[in-house]
Design a protein around this ligand. Structure first.
Ligand SMILES: Cc1cc2nc3c(=O)[nH]c(=O)nc-3n(C[C@H](O)[C@H](O)[C@H](O)COP(=O)(O)O)c2cc1C
Length: 320
């Protein structure tokens, strides 16, 4: 069976990889909410794991993707794919093989990261300027990992502009990638609206599934994105953190989650796994700041909580 028939029978809805934001704890909570709303994510992708000098050992991969120890699934059963980032085809291929030996369900390759440190080491979006290297990386990983494990790529529309989209498309076609996710902006466009969904349509000429991503915050945008991008498949990023009900909402706008319904999940987050309570407080504030764009109640909570350092006090605020 082809991967298209196996993974893309119906429109897929994915939770985006977001380094420092959709970490294992956030993935656990957001995928739980999606499942409880009756529309589980089809899968999510891990934060990128950088491969620079050598093949990464198991313990490093486990640190980024602890779900590998539970059949590569979150507690609610959502599959997590492993994302790698780097510029060295063989190191990436060998590391992908290690990840597969640990139970990775799929390998995704990052060609979209805009971070300076990453780009200066020829990783992430800078490789959009070197489509042949992209092709070699994907092809090396594809030929190394077992044939039943999909290998996908996540790209932007280009680095500084969209002038080499044709070459990027050809590189993907030649690489053997099993599917492609496109964040509909160039690296230079960063994360600022708009996203150029219509530019994705060109890539749908490829014989593999294409997933559209970027600037989907509500039902209408998801619908317009799919129409303009000419694909039924979407990946949700910041919108899914800001409105955790977005996943259900994109297909059934009548499904929403109230602030009161969201509170138990916030408490679960505050009681989640972390190095120490302070780390959880920081992470929760990051989430609350994003939630305040989606919920008025979060805005009201922000003022008393923003200077609070004690986790128990925050929990008390949430319970009152
Ligand atoms: C904080 C943050 C971290 C991100 N980290 C990653 C990453 O590790 N791997 C990746 O492929 N994309 C990463 N992205 C990009 C997102 O996956 C997504 O493509 C982008 O946010 C656009 O979608 P959105 O407009 O729905 O947020 C990151 C984005 C953000 C905001």
């Amino acid at each position: 069976m082809s991967f298209a028939n196996q993974f893309f029978v119906t429109p897929v809805r994915l939770l985006a990889p977001m380094e420092g934001l959709s970490d294992p704890l956030m993935r656990r909570i957001l995928t739980q909410i999606a499942s409880d709303l009756g529309r589980p994510y089809d899968w999510s992708v891990s934060e990128f794991i950088r491969v620079t000098q050598h093949v990464l050992p198991a313990h490093v991969i486990y640190r980024y993707v602890p779900e590998l120890k539970t059949s590569s699934r979150t507690q609610s059963g959502t599959p997590i794919h492993v994302q790698l980032l780097g510029s060295h085809p063989q190191l990436l291929a060998e590391t992908a093989l290690v990840a597969c030996s640990l139970g990775a369900l799929a390998i995704d390759l990052n060609f979209g990261c805009p971070a300076k440190t990453v780009n200066s080491h020829r990783g992430g979006s800078v490789l959009l300027e070197e489509p042949r290297v992209m092709r070699d990386i994907i092809a090396a990983v594809r030929s190394k990992v077992p044939s039943h494990i999909p290998v996908s790529a996540k790209i932007r529309l280009g680095y500084s502009d969209t002038s080499n989209m044709g070459d990027i498309q050809q590189a993907i076609a030649d690489s053997g990638a099993d599917w492609l996710t496109i964040h509909a902006r160039t690296k230079t466009q960063g994360y600022k609206p708009p996203a150029y969904w219509d530019k994705i349509a060109q890539f749908t000429q490829l014989p593999i599934p294409v997933i559209a991503n970027g600037e989907i915050w509500n039902f209408e945008q998801a619908k317009r994105c799919c129409e303009q991008a000419n694909t039924a498949h979407v990946m949700l990023g910041r919108g899914a953190v800001t409105r955790p009900d977005l996943i259900a909402n994109v297909d059934k706008p009548e499904i929403t989650m109230t602030w009161a319904q969201l509170l138990p999940y916030q408490l679960a987050f505050l009681q989640g796994e972390a190095k120490h309570a302070m780390a959880l407080v920081g992470r929760y504030k990051q989430w609350l700041a994003m939630l305040s764009k989606g919920y008025n109640e979060a805005q009201a909570l922000w003022t008393p909580i923003k200077r609070e350092k004690d986790r128990e006090s925050i929990i008390k605020y949430l319970k009152t």
